[in-house]
Ligand binder design. Structure first.
Ligand code: KDG
Ligand code: MG
Length: 412
């Protein structure tokens, strides 16, 4: 089983996706997701120029050896571009191994530890009324756990709120929230921490009054607070019993979470922009978090994220794998196989992709009663329709950025 073809496919059905497709000499194919939102072409170049030439002629069965070879031989380790490229190779090799064995990947990872994966969706609204409608519509779609994001009085646009502008840019496709906007320059958003801290607890109070105590609720602060502000938010949300509060402080500083943790019992989730186990070392060991937010796509693939999650399991920290629309159907499938197999699964983020995306990527996963399952097709269970993919060339798109009222750039 020698790798004799490696292609990098860029397609933009509803948004940009980068996919690595490996083919072996005996005709098996494997797919890997290498999508890095807003910086897609950097990973394309890394793969095409520096990884593909190293893969040709290698034994496709040697997943761990290939991982270590790509990671260590580069000398320049870690970082989102490198780790997304290695992740794509890793996923594609697991896909091939599953097909060679005639088994879904979760069977190769130890088999199912549960019958389905509890998933949460993104409800949002500029106003409480819009938010309630969005929560109800998610419940109708089967969601049993819901992330809540709202507008803040005085701020024009804010992270996590689906807007009409977004729907138009997506040609009528209803994405729950797609922050990357097509265009030559990033959109500028505004931010005010004091207004946000005042407003968010009132929203959760209203949601609890309307929807009751049972519904698991989540919230993403998207890296915008200082440790003491984050501690204040966690404390003020305690009466509303959140499933988790996500990314309260900028992710680079692991120590920031110590102070947050000392002040609040609201469960904390972090890590969607982490790439390796090293980013988690201190916060897992000191039990400063409750959920690991990494995506398979940005954390070196199934092989590496499994190591992170096995380490987390020793400290009762669970998975909460990243699954917004910028994780392609291939990356989502990899997350589902991993999540089904590990013992310390927590919850899976799941935003539906658009109809065009679902045509480009033919998928085997199921969604029923609030639970995902990757399906039982051999491998990851996703096939790429290259003719469909070819209809949608790459379109430049950037994530937005934030400025405060005085013009200072703030964390987005
Ligand atoms: O590309 C950026 C998105 O992946 C991110 O904004 C989504 O924070 C996010 C989430 O929790 O889904
Ligand atoms: Mg997030």
């Amino acid at each position: 089983m020698i790798i004799d073809r490696a292609e990098v496919v860029v397609t933009s059905p509803d948004r940009n996706f980068v996919t690595l497709k490996l083919t072996t000499d005996d005709g098996l194919t494997g797919l890997g997701d290498a999508t890095l939102n807003g910086r897609e072409l950097a990973v394309v170049a890394y793969l095409k120029d520096h990884v593909v030439p190293l893969l040709l002629g290698r034994d496709a069965h040697r997943i761990e050896d290939t991982w270590q070879f790509l990671y260590r031989s580069a000398y320049w380790r870690r970082g989102p571009v490198t780790m997304a490229a290695i992740a794509a190779v890793d996923m594609a090799l697991w896909d091939i191994k599953g097909k060679a064995a005639g088994l879904p990947v979760y069977q190769l990872l130890g088999g199912a530890s549960r019958s389905g994966l509890l998933a949460y969706g993104h409800a949002s609204g500029k106003t409480t009324e819009e938010l309630f409608d969005s929560i109800r519509s998610h419940q109708e779609q089967g969601y049993r756990a819901i992330r809540v994001q709202t507008g803040v009085p005085g701020l024009k646009s804010i992270y996590g709120i689906a807007s009409n502008a977004t729907y138009e840019a997506m040609e009528g496709v209803r994405y729950d929230h797609e922050p990357a906007q097509r265009g030559a320059l990033p959109n500028e958003e505004d931010w005010d921490t004091r207004s946000y801290l005042r407003h968010v607890p009132t929203v959760f109070e209203a949601v609890r009054n309307e929807f009751g105590p049972e519904l698991p609720l989540l919230h993403d602060a998207h890296h915008r607070l200082t440790p003491i502000q984050a501690a204040q938010l966690g404390k003020s949300l305690e009466p509303y019993d959140l499933f988790w509060l996500e990314d309260v402080t900028p992710a680079e500083n692991q120590e920031a979470l110590r102070l947050v943790r000392q002040h609040t019992t609201t469960p904390l989730a972090i890590g969607e922009i982490f790439n390796t186990v090293w980013d988690y070392q201190q916060i897992i060991r000191e039990q400063l978090i409750d959920y690991v937010r990494s995506a398979v796509t940005h954390t070196g693939g199934i092989s590496h994220l499994r190591k992170v999650l096995d380490y987390a399991a020793q400290y009762q920290v669970k998975s909460g794998m990243h699954g917004p629309t910028d994780i392609s159907p291939v990356g989502m499938a990899a997350a589902m196989h991993l999540g089904l197999s590990i013992h310390n699964f927590g919850i899976q983020e799941y935003m539906r992709h658009g109809a065009k995306t679902d045509q480009v990527f033919q998928q085997s996963f199921t969604w029923a009663d609030g639970y995902l399952h990757p399906g039982d097709r051999p491998g990851l269970g996703v096939e790429l329709d290259t003719d469909e993919a070819g209809k949608y060339p790459y379109v430049q798109a950037y994530l937005p950025y934030n400025r405060l009222a005085d013009g200072t750039v703030h964390d987005w």
